[in-house]
Design a protein around this ligand. Structure first.
Ligand SMILES: Nc1nc2c(ncn2[C@@H]2O[C@H](COP(=O)(O)OP(=O)(O)OP(=O)(O)O)[C@@H](O)[C@H]2O)c(=O)[nH]1
Ligand SMILES: [Mg+2]
Length: 638
């Protein structure tokens, strides 16, 4: 979804009423007063977390506007924090990003996080930077798997939550029940009494409106800002101690180059200062700070120095990585490294050796692909890179198909050509033998489809844990299912429920291997020779199955040009010319009879391929092909 519309200002600028020190200094009583004295009352660090699409980035827009970050008549794009191309195209947040707004004397550092489960690693490491969270929950959808995931991580880190029930303007809002579901979720996640005592707001983020009670008055976001200052603890920080800055993010700026982003836990950092970098492997490397930057709205602003409690970006470090600590030159002391959940999916990346290779791309060699992948996994702690015995084939491990697809999409835009193997779930050996990743699966659907949805689960080894009637004829079903069982589930489910089901899933630990899961798919229709697709051939072949190519497209031997109605593969001549006869039908007449080819998305193609196939990706196209292109070579392998 691309939205380039100009933004209607969600509310006017709010000005804080002076806050009395008593209202802001609400240090938990259990802490010694000496520490409380070291709190930075001028700062609050918080992350906005939620399930995908519940309105985080939209709320940040409103916070930016209402804190006076933009000029009254300034043209600002909607969801301005979703700044990279792929984010704008897909309408989702992929990378966690920092911004900061001023509310009176207080600087509120905000991290907008992605809500899609595949980017959970981004959220996990972001949480190490902040002291509190705004937990957004859609007033109709209620808490969903990613709400559970981010909340469990936040509670484990003892972060202070503020709950915002968003989209109360929706026709189907059920904010009251949703609040109960949120309490239930906190209790299920073993929240303490204190954590359960969270403030609640009701919001229409899109209009920059919040309420303190569901039926109460509409306000601008001022009450929310005030609550942030009151509830989120000011960072506890000792500015006199030796420097400790935990690197949680990396960024790039065309003028100043590579930036490492993180929170200063202790001490201070200055431009020109000599420091040490505590590497993940235990080594300590000396370096010099060449710049220190703070955040103000969407800008980075150069600072002379920054002190404990602040979130900053610093330059001067070509090699500092996520999870490492920038520390005092003489007294280096690393902070605990960031640990995020293990990858659950692996996929082969290799060079493109198809006959069409090299036509569109700039980067083709295994060395180039290898370097690019290594760079990616350095930026992204939730991904891992592994060599394989084959010199031109590498393994990338990650959280899910979307995360893989985004990496591939980014690479093809940069000019890479690749071939990708079928994604596999990662297994590990446990006490009782081989273990595999399990997922918590939630399906929302109309009651009349319960039967057909549950039938889909049996062969996929899914087990139902819970069924909740949500009123208005919809039901929420909860399953535990091997990650493997999710492959192709979404499209089957949509077909079985006439497009009415919505599904979400979340990594739910490891379990013993659940047994075979059969994936039914039609056999491949494979081009038996190179050439250009003819309408004549398409017309003859389309009753056989679904075609991926249309007249005029170029194919090569071994390319998969469609899916057979039957399960067996079939070699076809899709470039066959009509034998010349006296009777010629007009081209127009021919075109009418042709169905348009089915074009898969990259994610769909990755779901479609089997072990003896690859997805070929270039900046211009992607195609499915056999690993072994020549039909005779494939036969002799069998
Ligand atoms: N009706 C209604 N829609 C809203 C409201 N707030 C946000 N939306 C819409 O919800 C959709 C998702 O909003 P985003 O702000 O991108 O959600 P997000 O949580 O940042 O999504 P991810 O970052 O991808 O997880 C957009 O189409 C918004 O216009 C609201 O208060 N009411
Ligand atoms: Mg977002």
């Amino acid at each position: 979804m691309t939205t380039e519309t100009l933004y209607e200002r969600p509310g006017t600028t709010v000005t804080p009423t002076p806050v009395t020190p008593a209202a802001v200094t609400q240090a938990p009583t259990s802490e010694p007063s000496a520490e409380a004295a070291a709190r930075r009352e001028d700062i609050r660090n918080l992350a906005i977390v939620a399930h995908v699409d519940h309105g985080k980035t939209t709320l940040v827009d409103a916070m930016l506007w209402q804190s006076g970050t933009f000029r009254e008549n300034q043209h600002v794009q909607e969801r301005v924090m979703d700044s990279n191309d792929l984010e704008r195209e897909r309408g989702i947040t992929i990378l966690a990003k920092n911004t900061a707004v001023r509310f009176g004397e207080v600087q509120i550092n905000i991290v907008d996080t992605p809500g899609h489960a595949d980017f959970g690693g981004e959220v996990e490491r972001t949480l190490t930077m902040v002291d509190g969270i705004l937990l957004l929950v859609d007033a109709s959808e209620g808490p969903l798997p990613q709400t559970r995931f981010v909340l469990s991580k936040a509670l484990a880190l003892d972060l202070k939550p503020i709950v915002v029930i968003n989209k109360i303007d929706r026709q189907d809002q059920r904010a009251k029940e949703v609040l109960n579901e949120i309490y239930d979720l906190f209790i299920e996640l073993d929240a303490s009494e204190e954590q359960l005592d969270f403030p609640v707001f009701y919001a229409i983020a899109r209009d920059g409106i919040c309420r303190t009670t569901l039926d109460g008055e509409d306000h601008d976001l001022k009450p929310l800002f005030e609550e942030i200052v009151r509830t989120i603890p000011a960072p506890l920080a000792d500015a006199e101690a030796p420097l400790q800055l935990l690197v949680t993010n990396l960024d790039w700026d065309d003028y100043v180059g590579r930036l490492v982003v993180g929170r200063i836990y202790a001490g201070s950092i200055r431009k020109g200062m000599d420091i040490s970098v505590c590497k993940l492997d235990g080594k300590v490397v000396r370096a010099r700070v060449s710049g220190v930057y703070g955040y103000s709205g969407l800008q980075r602003v150069a600072l002379d120095q920054a002190r404990a409690g602040e979130i900053v970006a610093v330059t001067g470090f070509e090699h500092a990585m996520i999870g490492e600590t920038l520390s005092d030159a003489e007294r280096p002391s690393p902070l605990p490294p960031i640990r995020v959940d293990e990858p659950t999916l692996s996929m082969v990346f290799r060079i493109n050796d198809s006959p069409t290779s090299g036509r569109d791309g700039k980067f083709l060699t295994s060395r180039q692909i290898r370097e690019r992948l290594i760079k990616e996994t350095r930026f992204n702690v939730a991904m891992r890179f592994e060599e394989t015995p084959a010199p031109d084939e590498f393994l990338v491990l990650g959280r899910g198909e979307l995360q893989m697809a985004i990496l591939v999409e980014t690479m093809r835009r940069e000019g890479y050509e690749l071939c990708l193997g079928k994604p596999h779930v990662v297994t590990r050996s446990g006490e009782n033998g081989v273990e595999e990743p399990m997922e918590l699966l939630i399906i929302d659907l109309p009651e009349e489809h319960i039967g057909s949805a549950t039938q889909l689960m049996g062969p996929r080894r899914g087990r139902m844990n819970r069924m909740v009637h949500q009123g208005s004829g919809r039901v929420r079903l909860e399953f535990r299912i091997p990650a493997r069982g999710l492959i192709g589930l979404r499209s089957d489910l949509l077909a079985e429920t006439r497009g009415t089901a919505v599904m979400h899933h979340l990594f739910d630990g490891w379990d013993v291997w659940q047994g075979e899961i059969e994936h039914r798919r039609g056999g491949a229709l494979i081009a038996d020779r190179a050439g250009r697709v003819t309408s004549y051939a398409v017309e003859n072949l389309q009753p056989r199955g679904i075609l991926f190519v249309g007249p005029g497209e170029e194919v090569y031997e071994g390319m998969v040009v469609g899916e057979n109605n039957r399960q067996s593969p079939l070699e076809v001549n899709i470039v066959r010319e009509r034998k010349t006869t006296n009777m010629r039908s007009s081209t127009a007449e021919e075109l009418v009879r042709l169905q348009p080819p089915t074009k898969m998305s990259l994610e769909q193609a990755l779901e479609f391929v089997q072990d003896d196939e690859l997805v070929e990706v270039t900046p211009a196209v992607f195609r499915v092909r056999k690993k072994v292109l020549s039909a005779s070579a494939r036969k002799s392998q069998r």
